[in-house]
Design a protein around this ligand. Structure first.
Ligand code: HEC
Length: 158
């Protein structure tokens, strides 16, 4: 690998310093994997929350926002979540049940179900067919719940 130029290294240091205070708010450096997966879910929820609220009539429906959130939900959901469940990350500040690591295939199948539902939502998001879109938002919500029912604890475990 070519050595970084001095200017690039300096820039990297400055950027790291600038970002550090922000990063510590969400990333526990002692638990990077747990922080990673929790950040993934937090971003999923930030996009799914308003979609669910619009589908349930708790927030005024807005076609443009539906399309934006559905697109971002798809981008976020496609990130490599399983990185955050790597060996050694079972404990810590987490609501992830130990059963995940005993049933990784099933856990990943539930993740795939959610991605399929999110893709389904994305396919109809621009259709203007409010009923169909709401139905697909419901399907995504079901897929979140199916995994949480088996693998997410209400309280922190350790
Ligand atoms: C394949 C399983 C699975 C799917 C699918 C899933 N979750 Fe989760 N979710 C988890 C697990 C496990 C945790 C606990 C992670 C931890 O504490 O380390 C979690 C945690 C969360 C959290 C808390 C994050 C934090 O800040 O600690 C939120 C919010 C969340 N999920 C929302 C969602 C939403 C919304 C969806 C659907 C769009 C979804 N999840 C789909 C398994 C899943």
């Amino acid at each position: 690998m070519p050595a970084l130029s001095k200017a690039t290294r300096t820039l990297a240091c400055v950027t790291a310093l600038t970002l550090a205070p922000l990063a510590t708010a969400h990333m526990d450096e002692k638990e990077p994997l747990q922080s990673y997966r929790q950040s993934y879910f937090a971003l999923l929820a930030a996009n799914f929350g308003p979609l669910g609220a619009m589908a349930q009539g708790d927030m005024p429906w807005n076609d443009e926002m539906v399309q934006l959130f559905a697109a971002d939900l798809q981008s976020v959901s496609s990130l490599n979540l399983m990185r955050g469940f790597a060996e050694g990350s079972e404990r810590g500040t987490t609501r992830a049940k130990p059963e995940i690591w005993e049933n990784l295939n099933d856990f990943e199948a539930k993740l795939q179900d959610m991605r399929d539902a999110v893709d389904g939502l994305s396919a109809v998001a621009a259709s203007g067919d409010r009923e169909q879109i709401a139905q697909q938002i419901g399907a995504v919500g079901q897929a979140c719940k199916a995994c949480h029912d088996d693998y997410k604890s209400k309280d922190y475990l350790y």
